[in-house]
Design a protein around this ligand. Structure first.
Ligand code: FES
Length: 151
């Protein structure tokens, strides 16, 4: 479970990483790991700490699809839509998940239960189609196996 957004905690994370070369990306990953997303309020903190413009920070967050802009659901389902998994039927699984969860890619269910995300390779290509449910990597997926994982 991730923590609620807290500016003081975010400042501490920034201070712990700001000395790294190319510190912005490691900080963004650490912030997302802590809170589950990168709150917009982190942008001015990052800009000031790293001597960047807020537009620069925003641009990096927007460029990398792995950074979320809103708090995710209690469970995050990442379905691989890269080439090898596409060839093994991931598009049909995406449709299945959209219908089952009632949300689109990049969306969170209104009750906060699930977030559905597309990813571009989970390093499990030979066993595709692949997905990750929270920390659990799944391969050779079918609707029945997904149902089992979500239950
Ligand atoms: S292409 Fe899906 S895991 Fe690599």
């Amino acid at each position: 479970m991730t923590a609620a957004w807290n500016a003081d905690r975010a400042r501490a994370i920034i201070d712990n990483h700001r000395g790294l070369r190319g510190a912005l990306l490691p900080i963004l990953h650490a912030v997302q790991e802590e809170f589950g997303y990168v709150d917009a309020a982190a942008i001015p903190l990052l800009a000031e700490a790293l001597n960047l413009s807020q537009a620069d920070v925003h641009g990096v967050i927007s460029f990398y699809h792995e950074f979320r802009h809103t708090r995710p659901g209690r469970h995050v389902v990442k379905i691989c839509v890269a080439e090898a998994c596409q060839a093994r039927g991931s598009a049909a699984l995406v449709d299945y998940l959209k219908t089952k969860l009632g949300i689109g890619l990049g969306e969170t269910a209104a009750d906060g239960s699930f977030t559905l995300e597309a990813v571009y390779c989970l390093g499990n290509c030979a066993l595709g189609p692949s997905a990750q449910v929270d920390e659990r990597l799944l391969g050779r997926l079918s609707p029945a196996r997904i149902d089992g994982a979500l239950a």
